[in-house]
Design a protein around this ligand. Structure first.
Ligand SMILES: [Fe+2]
Ligand SMILES: [Fe+2]
Length: 472
């Protein structure tokens, strides 16, 4: 079961050869996907060989194989985690019933929407990142970017498999639409806000993989609990790939922090820009921006949709199985940050409609662990400074704080106060110009741009001066 059949035109571990109707639908979609990849995938590197890993089995140990691949020849395919024998629905009104192997008719529309919304983020991030190759700080980083890109492409395959296999004709139409929307396009934008923001430079990219990909991790984790078993198994395998994306973001920012600290020590100054680094206040402003737009992705604090998804058994909580309550939450409450006049206070709300906020809390705790690790780097350099997650109400466009201005330390501000201060809190045009000026490509194996420290080790046991990307 864990093996993937690479002799097939579409590699898979779902017995595609025995399902001719599905095979035909996916084989029709495949050239359209490749067309999209050529148009919207990494710009200028389609003929370049990259040292990439490909999934060869879906069990926890040793599922990856490394080799030289041109990205359009990457073996995208359909890989589901192994089924849990006798798996039952763990929460909601159907708790205890056998997990669904087919779409429950009454939830068809809702489930399709969940799959499409998740699926839409996958090609969106490839589109957002498509011009970063030209300014990569090293071949190591360039390789990691392409690895993330091909895996997001595979995540799109995973969602298209669900649409084509379980949702008939509307599923196939949605599969096409996933290739037609474009990140940032005025007429056909991607579904979620953060996926229409540009990723113009590598600092933004690392922030995106840390904060925005991590939203993906939490959404996938909640969908991995789904009573619809094919969705659960699809998401469980995607999560193993997502771990690498988190790694790229966390270590990427960690290395920028490390370089800033080295320059501060070496030159006995906070003004690391003079020495070609990215200063901690600029990092903080980028962090504030990417964190706040990623918080929006979890949706409104109080949401009937969230309650319905749970009650229907379609989308669970993070680590649902580890929770020791009744997994139905009909009479439970949950503390939600709300606006009480001019102050933000935590108030107990019914637990079911508060599930977005609960998932956001899990996410915030995870982000905080990363920030703590960056702060340890600063401390190890003997520097008295730290990075901080801003208050959850800061710079929000969705939810209870969307209509108020909130400072990073959680005070509700007047518009005039906000206008006077916002330049200290969010990246300015000048910050962006500075960061952009640093984005000069480094293409010699083993060399790194001056604004980022090298990583402690290479990929898959290879040395740092390995030629991770064979540039012509
Ligand atoms: Fe993804
Ligand atoms: Fe990702």
């Amino acid at each position: 079961m864990a093996g993937i059949d690479y002799t097939e035109r579409i590699p898979n571990n779902v017995g595609l050869a025995e399902n001719r109707r599905l095979q035909r639908a996916l084989e029709e979609w495949q050239p359209k996907f490749l067309g999209w990849w050529m148009d919207m995938g990494p710009h200028g590197y389609q003929a370049t060989e990259t040292y990439l890993r490909t999934a060869v089995s879906v069990d926890a140990q040793g599922w990856a194989q490394f080799g030289w691949v041109r990205m359009p020849e990457y073996r995208w395919g359909i890989f589901l985690a192994e089924p849990g024998p006798g798996r039952r629905i763990a929460f909601g009104d159907h708790k205890g019933a056998p997990a669904w192997q087919e779409v429950p008719g009454e939830y068809r529309g809702v489930l399709r929407r969940l799959v499409v919304t998740q699926g839409d983020t996958e090609p969106a991030s490839v589109e957002q990142q498509r011009r970063l190759g030209r300014t990569s700080p090293s071949l190591y980083d360039l390789r990691n970017l392409f690895q993330v890109n091909v895996e997001e492409g595979r995540h799109l395959w995973a969602m298209v498999f669900l649409l084509d296999a379980y949702f008939g004709r509307d599923g196939r139409e949605e599969s096409e639409a996933l290739l037609q929307r474009r990140s940032g396009d005025r007429d056909r934008p991607r579904i979620l806000g953060a996926f229409n923001e540009p990723t113009p430079d590598w600092l933004s990219y690392f922030m995106f993989t840390f904060f925005t990909d991590r939203d993906g991790k939490y959404q996938l984790a909640a969908l991995a609990e789904s009573g619809f078993d094919p969705l659960s198994r699809t998401c469980r395998f995607m999560l193993t790939e997502e771990a690498h994306h988190m790694f790229v973001g966390e270590t990427g920012i960690g290395r920028v922090v490390q370089r800033a600290c080295q320059l501060m020590r070496e030159h006995k100054t906070d003004d690391v820009r003079r020495h070609g680094g990215i200063d901690l206040p600029t990092l903080q402003r980028y962090l504030n921006f990417h964190y706040s737009v990623s918080l929006d992705l979890f949706g409104s604090e109080i949401s009937t949709n969230a309650a319905n998804f749970y009650t229907m058994g379609l989308k669970g909580r993070f680590e649902e199985m580890k929770k020791t309550d009744d997994h139905q939450l009909k009479s439970a409450t949950y503390p939600v940050t709300t606006l009480d006049g001019e102050t933000l206070v935590a108030r107990d709300e019914p637990a079911l409609p508060s599930l977005n906020e609960r998932l956001r809390d899990d996410y915030i705790a995870d982000c905080q662990r990363g920030v703590d690790r960056w702060n340890r780097i600063i401390k190890e350099h003997g520097i008295d400074a730290s990075l901080r997650l801003p208050h959850r109400g800061f710079h929000r466009a969705i939810g209870l704080c969307a209509d108020v201005r909130v400072s990073p330390d959680g005070r509700v501000l007047t518009q005039a106060e906000w206008d006077a201060k916002k330049h200290a809190w969010l990246p300015t045009a000048e910050d962006q110009a500075w960061v952009e000026s640093l984005m000069r490509p480094v293409t010699e194996a083993g060399k790194f741009a001056g604004w980022i420290a090298p990583p402690p080790r290479g990929v898959n046991g290879q040395p740092l001066d390995f030629e991770y990307v064979r540039l012509a």
